[in-house]
Design a protein around this ligand. Structure first.
Ligand code: HEC
Length: 176
């Protein structure tokens, strides 16, 4: 009787632990969605909305502007190799999916409030966003997960870009 009971117990333990392990491996294989557990879906939604209406996608999503916003969401905010050339040199909209996914929400809010970059990045708009809006943008980018390659590096004014670019005229001297 003792042997039968302990065999029964061992079998039960094996079944239960197999069930737990199986659940864990399911959760781990579900990689991009694994993060959703600690996300607030209301903020994710607002972040999606803000990334459209405040123009982040226009520059940070390749082809967004010229396709009237018709780019699949999994490509959003992965940066662009289209250059913006002007008196500041040539800049490329960064891959926010790589950069932001390396930060905590707190780090992102601090970074966005003090960020200063070259044109045409409207960094001053990020600086004055409310914490709630910045948290929403952060949560949306976490929801999308890391993807893509880093954007090409900044070029100084004397360097010729090898990518397509838009040329901004040098503003006239003051007093003209
Ligand atoms: C008109 C184009 C444009 C728009 C609109 C725009 N960006 Fe940018 N962004 C850029 C460019 C170009 C750079 C790179 C600037 C540089 O190299 O100095 C940049 C850089 C950044 C960086 C710095 C990344 C790093 O390298 O640390 C962040 C963060 C960022 N943008 C977030 C946003 C967010 C969020 C929005 C929407 C609210 C937005 N941008 C809207 C063009 C744009």
């Amino acid at each position: 009787m003792k042997i039968v009971m302990s065999t029964f117990l061992v079998t039960m333990i094996m079944i239960i632990s197999a069930f737990i392990c199986n659940n864990r491996s399911l959760a781990e294989s579900d990689a991009p969605h694994k993060q959703i557990a600690d996300l607030n879906m209301k903020k994710v939604e607002r972040g999606r909305y803000l990334s459209i209406i405040s123009g982040c996608n226009d520059c940070h999503t390749s082809g967004f502007l010229l396709s009237n916003g018709n780019v699949p969401e999994d490509k959003w905010l992965t940066g662009d190799s289209f250059g913006w050339r002007g008196p500041w040199g040539t800049t490329y909209a960064s891959n926010l999916r790589i950069i932001v996914n390396q930060m905590t929400q707190e780090q992102f809010v601090d970074y966005a409030k003090t960020l200063k970059r070259r044109p045409p990045m409207p960094w001053y708009s990020l600086n004055i966003m409310t914490n709630e809006d910045l948290e929403s943008i952060y949560q949306f980018i976490r929801y999308l997960g890391p993807a893509g390659e880093p954007a090409p590096a900044y070029l100084s004014p004397d360097q010729e870009p090898t990518t397509p670019y838009a040329l901004f005229p040098t503003p006239p001297e003051k007093g003209n």
